[in-house]
Design a protein around this ligand. Structure first.
Ligand code: ADP
Ligand code: MG
Length: 260
């Protein structure tokens, strides 16, 4: 293609926001010419590249917006280390239908059992399905809500959370909140009832959630909504981290019982 035409084409593709086609059309045109490919196949190949690049960028943007605290996925999760967790059921949830149905998931269990790991992996799976996800620790979410309220921005934050298909609230129960903080969190949770999904992880069994939500009535109202359509998993046993460190010390020939 003569230079001026090539430059005009590049400029048009830029204006049309087709960066992948812009980067690839020359190379693919040469390949098409030497393979005697017809025009429509050439165009199809180019548009396929653009679509693939867009899909991948959109996924990266969704993952970034979710705010996961670490990169964790099912490929690095050892289900055999947590036999109390129903693997087929968890992998079924990774297909995301529960989010389409606006139901909830709770992962309840002791520290180091992989609750956060599984929560992130389920969140990532949802991102891959095109869903909007946000990850917060409970403490973080309450702080954000309280700050937004102070700055008269609460409605804005609630509207943002409302757009999210899956809200992940990690570590509910590690810290208790002020009455006002607990009420804000309750409002967020209650607002999602039958409209959008929640994934909550907690070290506390439901019977002890009163400590977090200060008051039996609010706790009962919350649990009633939350557990109405909820997949509940108990993850109990010995901390994965602890077990791994014992293994590592044994391998290094040290006595794990002795502090270093
Ligand atoms: P919890 O949230 O239950 O306290 P985490 O998910 O933070 O536990 O797990 C602690 C660490 O151990 C993380 O680095 C996590 O990736 C890892 N881990 C926990 N359970 C497993 C498991 N079954 N397979 C692989 N890694 C695990
Ligand atoms: Mg955790």
């Amino acid at each position: 293609m003569p230079d001026p035409q090539n430059m005009l084409l590049r400029s048009n593709l830029k204006q049309l926001r087709l960066p992948t086609i812009r980067a690839e059309f020359d190379k693919l045109a040469r390949e098409a010419a030497s393979a005697n490919e017809d025009y429509a196949s050439y165009l199809l190949r180019l548009t396929e590249l653009e679509v693939a690049a867009r899909t991948s960028h959109a996924l990266q943007a969704r993952i970034k917006a979710a705010g996961f605290p670490a990169q964790k996925d099912f490929d690095t999760f050892d289900f055999s280390a947590c036999p109390s967790l129903n693997k087929p059921k968890v992998l079924e949830l990774a297909r995301g239908e529960w989010i389409d149905q606006c139901s909830n998931t709770c992962l309840i269990g002791s520290v180091g059992m992989g609750k956060t790991h599984v929560a992130i992996a389920l969140g990532l799976a949802a991102c891959r399905q095109g869903k909007r996800v946000r990850f917060f620790t409970a403490a973080n979410l309450v702080t954000r809500l309280e700050e937004a309220q102070k700055q008269y921005q609460l409605d804005r934050l609630l509207a943002q959370l409302d757009k999210v298909h899956l809200l992940i609230c990690d570590e509910l129960g590690y810290l208790s909140f002020s009455r006002a903080g607990a009420e804000l969190l309750f409002q967020v949770f209650a607002d999602r009832y039958e409209r959008a999904s929640l994934l909550i992880t907690s070290n506390l069994p439901f019977s002890e959630w009163g400590q977090v939500f200060q008051g039996e009535r609010m706790t009962a109202a919350l649990l009633d909504r939350l557990t109405h359509r909820c997949h509940i998993f108990e993850m109990n046993g010995e901390s994965y981290r602890f077990r791994e460190s014992v293994k590592a010390k044994k391998a290094a020939g040290k006595n794990p019982a002795k502090p270093e």
